[in-house]
Design a protein around this ligand. Sequence first.
Ligand SMILES: [Zn+2]
Length: 218
Amino acid sequence: MNPSEIPQLLAQIALADKRVRRTDPIELRAQIAMWAGILADVPYDAAIRYAQEHYTESTWEILPANIATRWAADVRDRMNRHNGTFEPTKYPALDPDDVEGYQTALRTERRAVAIGATPPDTTKALTAGPAATEVAERLAELGSYVPAHVREVLAELRPERAERERLIRSGLGDPLGLRCPHPPCGAAPGSRCTTNGRDRRQPHPSRVDAAQEARTAA
Ligand SMILES: [Zn+2]
């Protein structure tokens, strides 16, 4: 919340609790500065909601901390429900090799979830059941020399690898797992498709189809 919104917030709260109102100009200025500092991250509408919650369960004069702690709990709750998985398909314009752009997108996305601008993504990856064994086998074929928890951290820095793992976990075909059937390209397994010698961001459609067919046949 902007410091300029604090007087409005205090006036609104004073309708429910006159004790919040300061008449001495020096006291009022100090009060505004204090509330503005503590509630910098809290949106105005949320602050009003927390104040209402406070007065439905308490007769004590509200403190900015009463609002800030409720906000922190809400942020924690949203981030706990958010799976934090980066979905490259949501960012078609982002080049897989653009590490900085990728990190910025990830940060922006997490911040949006934290402040409640975007709902948390609660979709869970396949981690249990009969499919999980098969997923584990396919991931093993991708090769690994780092433990899973380290790989999760690295995944943020290796979007292409992360994308292949995501496809496999979702039970989808992994186009880079086979040779590209598109004659002018014919990229080897593990290599990206190329057009006129230049790397393509997306595999050729026929390679995607072939990967999907291989999945369906399996
Ligand atoms: Zn290709």
